[in-house]
Design a protein around this ligand. Sequence first.
Ligand SMILES: Cc1cc2nc3c(=O)[nH]c(=O)nc-3n(C[C@H](O)[C@H](O)[C@H](O)COP(=O)(O)O)c2cc1C
Length: 335
Amino acid sequence: MSVKIGNIDLGEFPLLLAPMEDVSDPPFRYVCKQGGADLMYTEFISSEGLIRDAAKSRKKLDIFEYERPIGIQIFGSDIESMREATEIATLAGPDLMDINYGCPVKNVACRGAGSALLQDIDKMVKMTEAVVKATHLPVTVKTRLGWDDNTKNIEEVAERLQDIGIQALTIHGRTRAQLYKGEADWTLIREIKRNPRIKIPIFGNGDVDSAVKAANWRLEYEVDGIMIGRAAIGYPWIFREVKHFFKTGEFLPGPTLDERIIACRTHLDKSIEWKGPKVGVFEMRRHYSNYFKGLPDFKHYRMLLVKEENIEIIYQLLDEVAEKYEHVLPFSEMA
Ligand SMILES: Cc1cc2nc3c(=O)[nH]c(=O)nc-3n(C[C@H](O)[C@H](O)[C@H](O)COP(=O)(O)O)c2cc1C
């Protein structure tokens, strides 16, 4: 059976690309879409920034036709600002709106936004209601299990947010207090799925980094789909690998060196196209080592790539990588 968010049909068991600040921008989303992501989200966008028309926030509203379906994620601490930001973001034409109630970082959570709302469910409900009323689009929410070990209130959150109209919920199997430490625990996510009151799709998130884990956790935790974040960084093939394994029970071979070079180059080209040559080249630097993880002695090329400003020379360096490592085993066999 297909999973649906409003009228958006996501297929049988969708794989979502997680929103990631400074990562899931349009260039990164381009390669993840090619890799097979079924639903993608923007980086989170500050509601206050949108209202003030801050350039950084505005820029994050850029979405492209080939990315659909795509959601814009917003965060904030003030209900009226979130309402206004929803109206602004809706005009950018996404397929859905998403609210971030999961961000644990200090300058978000300590200012009453992101995961801070897990400490004030009444306010979270009011805020969500304001967002739902401010847009004709489906609204989804992404959050965590609770604030800390003593306050895992995700069951109440799921029921109350569904009641005021959200159309899907993604749960990261950690508390705010855990940040990104320890292992994600999806046990409570399964509880939400088993709650007969819950009708909306529930997506599991946290630590899925292989086809086997995705298949095991799909079975074990009974979720409607999985959201993948860090494992897609430098490895957009994770989506197609998971899908292939679901379909056939067999492992798809990992990407060839050529595929890695092409994806890296595409990411670079899209960065330059969207950010301009200077920023595009600069911000691509954080990605090179991820695309070539596992290549023996890649450090030499990484050092050159992260210093280089000239685009043509970067292309040449990538060609050199292709030549030098032509005969090494496929990455999947090296692991
Ligand atoms: C660099 C980085 C940036 C992130 N930015 C966001 C964000 O903007 N919005 C959000 O909801 N979650 C954000 N997250 C959390 C991820 O969406 C996801 O919940 C988390 O990484 C766990 O999933 P994973 O184990 O598949 O990476 C971010 C995570 C990382 C690593």
